[in-house]
Design a protein around this ligand. Structure first.
Ligand code: ADP
Length: 284
């Protein structure tokens, strides 16, 4: 367990035994074409039309069938088009209206099902609707949204999607993960940070360094929660929600994604989510 954890997190945390390899990751290209470059989607839409989705919980809003029905703002619609998205995936059809309605969500869906856009689009729509303070250089940043995923690959993919969808807006997304120089993470953050994408260990390190304040957090997303537990990140997740300044579950919107729904995850959902959360299971 430990060696897997240190592989993903790079062992910067004092409590993790592992190789002390730290490096400064090369920045991804910043030009518009690179930001919107289409990667292999791995999504087979024909297969998806037959996938069953089950929603449980009270007063679930109806699913949407098209991006237009989501009523997102023009900038987001432009970015969706530039990203080459035309049809919604099943998890997007059900999750987008739930998140837009302000509800907490536990969703069971596999990697590659389109979860990332399912949570990013409604969060960005709300951040823009509510008007966020334009990010600027500050020693202590107070992001409105924190997204946690277990590995650097996953969190980096989420960051690249966040960068795409927030293109041309005042929302600044930042990614930080273990195995890289802590100073590099700090330099990314202090330049401005509305949406913080982080692996659990690095996130807790940065909070410990008082570079991130949690008071403004309105959206907390935990992706691949089952994998986070398998990798031993349960304590970090629990520490995160009880950190000083972190708004209570009543005061924030929490979205939990997991490929499986074992007892441990159900307990986590009970602890992290409002009691009236909605549960979406994408057929597998
Ligand atoms: P997950 O978060 O569930 O692992 P992603 O959101 O990363 O999956 O989606 C997998 C791939 O499919 C990504 O390359 C993403 O850009 C693409 N994708 C997601 N939703 C759509 C969509 N509605 N239309 C076209 N491509 C999509």
């Amino acid at each position: 367990k430990n060696s897997w954890k240190s592989e993903a997190e790079g062992g910067e945390s004092g409590d993790i035994q592992g190789p002390k390899v730290t490096y400064i990751p090369p920045p991804p290209p910043e030009d518009e074409d690179s930001i919107f470059a289409h990667y292999q989607t791995g999504i087979n839409f024909d297969k998806y039309d037959t996938i069953l989705v089950e929603v449980s919980g009270h007063d679930a809003p109806p699913a949407i069938l098209t991006f237009e029905e989501a009523n997102l703002c023009q900038t987001l619609n432009n970015n969706i088009a530039k990203a080459g998205y035309t049809k919604l995936t099943p998890v997007q059809k059900y999750s987008i209206p739930i998140i837009l309605a302000g509800r907490d969500l536990m969703a069971c869906a596999q990697t590659g099902s389109g979860k990332t856009a399912a949570f990013l689009l409604p969060i960005l729509a709300h951040l823009m609707r509510d008007g966020i303070t334009a990010s600027r250089f500050k020693e202590l940043q107070e992001p409105e949204c924190i997204i946690v995923a277990p590995t650097r690959e996953l969190i980096n993919q989420i960051y690249l999607e966040a960068r795409k969808f927030s293109f041309g807006t005042c929302v600044r997304a930042v990614v930080i993960y273990g195995g890289t120089q802590l100073g590099h993470s700090i330099r990314q953050i202090v330049q401005g940070c509305n949406v913080l994408c982080a692996t659990p260990g690095r996130l807790m390190d940065i909070i410990g360094k008082e570079k991130i304040g949690l008071k403004q957090v309105k959206y907390l997303v935990l992706d691949e929660a089952d994998r986070m537990l398998d990798m031993g990140f349960g304590p970090e997740m629990k520490k995160l929600i009880s950190c000083p300044g972190m708004p209570s579950k009543e005061q924030r919107q929490t979205l939990l994604f997991s490929a499986t729904f074992p007892e441990e995850i159900q307990r986590l959902a009970g602890e992290f989510l409002k009691t009236n959360y909605l549960f979406v299971a994408v057929g597998q």
